[in-house]
Design a protein around this ligand. Structure first.
Ligand SMILES: Cc1cc2nc3c(=O)[nH]c(=O)nc-3n(C[C@H](O)[C@H](O)[C@H](O)COP(=O)(O)OP(=O)(O)OC[C@H]3O[C@@H](n4cnc5c(N)ncnc54)[C@H](O)[C@@H]3O)c2cc1C
Length: 415
């Protein structure tokens, strides 16, 4: 695959841009791989990339039932931050955030990482105390994070209404190096990088069954035939419960639809990300000018990629309170993704009851920001057969041992 550069663009201009190589190859599956990864979302692709790059494991297939990045990775509101509460969460999210800083250069592909700052509003005394607690935890962990006053908030986001009809803004938690990135480009960058190192990315191919013998996994059944492998890594977000059942174990995960919407494009109005968890709405502005708006998760389990209509109304009501100027905007598109929620709102990265089968799931409403760190940690686990320091706290047995990593305050349903 050719490298992208200003020189390459100039050269291609002479042949009407007809000479570009495909961004990544589209191979047919081979009969056997050292590792099979199910799911070509960001987490599956990053796992493949770091398996090849950090551990030299290149006989890897990533099997995707749709198109790569077409799951939650291509459906999220792209918020990146690492100001979580618990030490193990801060470690993996900060690893991811710091990797995001250099990914465009590493990939030779612009993922449009924009560390524009993420502001989480406190609109009740309780929320203010919770953010102060998170702020102190962040400082101890060396994560850059600040408490800001309403006055500072107005300077950061002039369009905000500090004295909303229901909940006035009392303060906020500000992470200046948090921000956004182009979600598809993250998937495409990892796909290009992994494919360049020899990973096969096989799209339009569903894994329909898992083959096992007394010693563990032996392969998978797919819509393009059987593939043999001794290591299988399941990274399918909202479909995790379904895939785990196919492999022969159960997960403490529920799948619900979470939705988002975008407005018509307008001139630059807001240059950071704002999350208002109490009224529940969050917003940023895309490079095209659309206001990118995150909504709520359905209160019942389902696998739709739409979400319930009443959430749109609730979300817009919350945002009109917080940013009255959006009341005049037309909304262009709305969509949903199936997110995989655990009870403690933390992910699962670990071995499973089936030898040779590894799982990465439970990122719920907030896993886009974690993609580089999660891929890094999962690759280490799959290569070595056992989780390293980043992944170990997120093992599946924490639910039987009662060792929860409670992020329900830091994660809630906002991102
Ligand atoms: C509306 C919305 C907003 C969000 N906002 C944010 C945000 O602002 N910040 C943030 O950090 N996170 C956010 N998230 C969460 C984030 O998108 C996810 O946590 C993350 O993208 C999960 O990535 P993944 O690679 O695990 O899953 P996915 O990207 O969903 O990839 C899983 C893939 O597995 C494939 N698959 C499933 N079953 C099979 C099978 N049997 N065989 C083959 N392939 C299979 C699917 O087709 C899919 O492509 C949001 C999510 C949604 C839905």
């Amino acid at each position: 695959m050719g490298r992208y550069s200003a020189f390459a663009i100039a050269k291609q201009a002479f042949s009407h841009h007809k000479g570009w190589d495909r961004a990544w190859p589209s191979p047919e599956p081979k009969p056997e791989y050292d590792v099979v990864i199910v799911g070509a979302g960001g987490h599956g692709l990053a796992t493949a990339y770091y398996l090849a790059k950090n551990h030299g494991v290149r006989k890897v297939a990533v099997i995707e039932k749709g198109w790569l990045g077409g799951g939650n990775t291509g459906r999220n509101t792209t918020i990146i931050r690492s100001n979580y509460l618990q030490p193990s969460s801060m470690a993996i999210f900060e690893k991811a955030r710091s990797l995001y800083e250099d990914l465009s250069q590493e990939f030779n592909y612009n993922i449009m990482f924009s560390p524009r700052g993420v502001l989480m509003l406190a609109q009740t005394e309780h929320e203010l105390r919770a953010w102060k607690r998170t702020y102190h935890a962040n400082r101890i962990a060396g994560i850059e994070s600040e408490m800001v006053t309403p006055r500072q908030i107005k300077e950061i986001v002039p369009i905000i209404n500090l004295s909303g009809p229901r909940y006035p803004v009392l303060g906020g938690l500000w992470q200046p190096r948090g921000g956004t990135a182009r979600h598809d480009a993250v998937a495409w960058g990892y796909a290009r990088g992994a494919a360049e190192m020899g990973v096969d990315i096989i799209q339009q191919c569903e894994v329909t069954g898992v083959d096992r013998d007394a010693e563990g996994v032996t392969g998978v059944q797919t819509t393009k035939g059987a593939i043999r492998t001794k290591k299988l890594c399941i990274v399918v977000a909202g479909n995790s419960g379904v895939m785990a059942e196919r492999a022969g174990f159960r997960l403490p995960v529920e799948s619900v639809a979470l939705q988002a919407l975008v407005s018509e494009p307008i001139k630059p109005a807001m240059d950071c990300v704002v999350m208002a968890n109490t009224v529940h709405g969050y917003m940023s502005q895309s490079d095209k000018g659309e206001m990118v708006i995150g909504g709520g998760a359905d209160g019942f389990n389902n696998y739709t990629q739409r979400g319930s209509f009443h959430h749109i109304e609730e979300t817009l009501r919350a945002l009109v309170e917080t940013f009255p100027m959006i009341s005049r905007l037309k909304m262009l598109r709305q969509w949903g993704g199936v997110v995989d929620m655990t009870g403690d709102r933390s992910p699962i990265i670990g071995t499973t009851p089936v030898p040779g089968v590894f799982i990465n799931c439970g990122w719920g409403t907030g896993g886009f920001k974690a993609i580089p760190g999660s891929g890094w940690a999962t690759a280490e686990m799959v290569a070595k057969g056992t989780p390293g320091d980043l992944a170990a706290p997120f093992s599946l047995d924490r639910f039987t041992e009662g060792r929860m990593i409670d992020e329900s305050v830091a994660a809630a349903v906002a991102h």
